[in-house]
Write a protein that binds this ligand. Structure first.
Ligand code: C6P
Length: 402
């Protein structure tokens, strides 16, 4: 794999006099020059509001915005462009489905299946429904290496199960879930499946048609695009029947004080002025990803994952949490007698960015009986040299705490 660091202006700077080693891409990825340039170009030369101007600037902005929708559709192999809804991010996409799906069809005692490895964004919105609609949450337990047991999963279904909401890849353990099988099991019970793809979309090829999921959700900012943009893919048969989540301008067909009718998909779910510059920047990010190729990205990060996992496993003071055979490039660990925050802070002083804490997955911390973890997560700009620097810096942490 070619070294892509040069495409990312952020790496020109030094941190505390050291070259920046960025190992927190699961949190948010850095932005290539082409994305930054696309946003600059849009604001300098092309800005106007979309979907409501009959002058050239607005028509061009609308075209650019809608071209991104088309691009996303092709990227994830969705059947229809109107099945792609732009949101503010993964969190908003999940909230949209949760609240709209609930209004469509949830009743007291209905059940939703989640897993023990979900991010708070795929727990709390469903918990809110518990309070509002009296629904129940059922949780798929995970094994000590961080895998879902399919047999236990299957046993959680009942006549009251209305939805499965599951992450494609865990932001803490790295585990890639056996989605195809899980979706088949759910569909055999006539239950739709929502997939939180925040940690999968930037790191591996995603094909929603092959997965046959009902909803697939991700954020632009973890995939080399701008913050404030997310995607909700949903099958037409669900999105068509689901009521709007937010209402106001842009999502209407006809308004009178007596009643309002709504715009067709996808506009029914895009109330107000969207993040036009963000969507256009995301298009540049998708072009960038496409040029490198999702298979190549996956292979590169798998190589880094293997290298780091093997080197950490040699260290007696380190325990990796999440050792499933199929993982994205995420390695979380605890260091004997050193709090994760101390590890993170000392690494930071050597120019190394890792995440330390509960990673917005408190139930998972409880499952593994750890207060916090240090997490290394890879992006396309990382190299073996980054791992060498990281491993040397860990020695400093050890020395300081001896
Ligand atoms: N995880 C991490 O460091 P937003 O913030 O809406 O773009 O994404 C939320 C989200 C949802 N699901 C998963 C699996 C995630 O990992 C995240 C974000 C970051 O792990 C920040 S907590």
């Amino acid at each position: 794999m070619q070294n892509y660091k040069a495409d990312f202006p952020i790496f020109l700077q030094k941190m505390h006099g050291f070259p920046l080693v960025y190992l927190d891409s699961s949190n948010s990825s850095q932005k290539p020059h082409s994305v930054i340039q696309a946003i600059k170009q849009y604001y300098e030369n092309e800005h106007a509001n979309v979907h409501r101007g009959i002058y050239e600037l607005s028509e061009n902005a609308t075209r650019a915005y809608e071209n991104t929708r088309e691009k996303v559709k092709d990227f994830i192999n969705a059947r229809h462009t109107h099945e792609i809804i732009f949101t503010r991010g993964t969190t908003e996409s999940i909230n949209l489905v949760a609240h709209s799906f609930a209004r469509l069809q949830l009743k007291p005692q209905d059940e939703i299946i989640l897993s023990e490895m979900e991010h708070h964004s795929n727990i709390v919105p469903w918990q809110q429904l518990k309070a509002e609609y009296g629904i129940e949450l059922k949780v798929i337990p995970i094994s000590d290496i961080g895998e879902i047991d399919l047999l236990t999963y299957q046993q959680l279904f009942s006549k009251r199960t209305k939805l499965v909401a599951i992450t494609h890849a865990s932001n803490v353990l790295g585990t890639i879930n056996p989605l195809k099988k899980m979706i088949e099991i759910a569909h055999a019970e006539n239950v739709p499946v929502l997939v939180d793809g925040a940690q999968a979309f930037p790191h591996m090829p995603v094909d929603v048609e092959a997965l046959d999921c009902d909803f697939y959700i991700f954020s632009s900012h973890k995939a080399y695009g701008p913050t404030g943009v997310g995607v909700l893919y949903g099958k037409t048969n669900w999105l068509d029947r689901m009521p709007p989540y937010q209402s106001g301008g842009s999502m209407i067909e006809k308004v009178s004080f007596a009643e309002t009718t709504f715009a067709p998909l996808p506009y029914k779910f895009e109330a107000g002025t969207p993040h036009i510059a963000g969507v256009i920047g995301f298009h540049a990010a998708l072009n960038y990803l496409k040029k490198i190729g999702m298979d190549a990205i996956f292979q590169h990060e798998q190589y880094l994952l293997k290298e780091l996992s093997e080197r950490l496993q040699e260290q007696s003071s380190i325990k990796i949490i999440g050792t499933a055979p199929h993982k994205v490039g995420v390695v979380s660990f605890i260091m004997k007698d050193v709090h994760a925050h101390d590890v993170g802070t000392i690494l930071s002083h050597q120019g190394i960015a890792v995440r330390a804490g509960h990673h917005c997955a408190m139930p998972l911390m409880q499952r593994f009986k750890v207060p916090a973890l240090v997490r290394v997560s890879f992006g396309i700009y990382n190299s073996k040299e980054d791992i060498d620097i990281f491993m040397r810096a860990l020695e400093t942490v050890k020395r300081l705490f001896k």
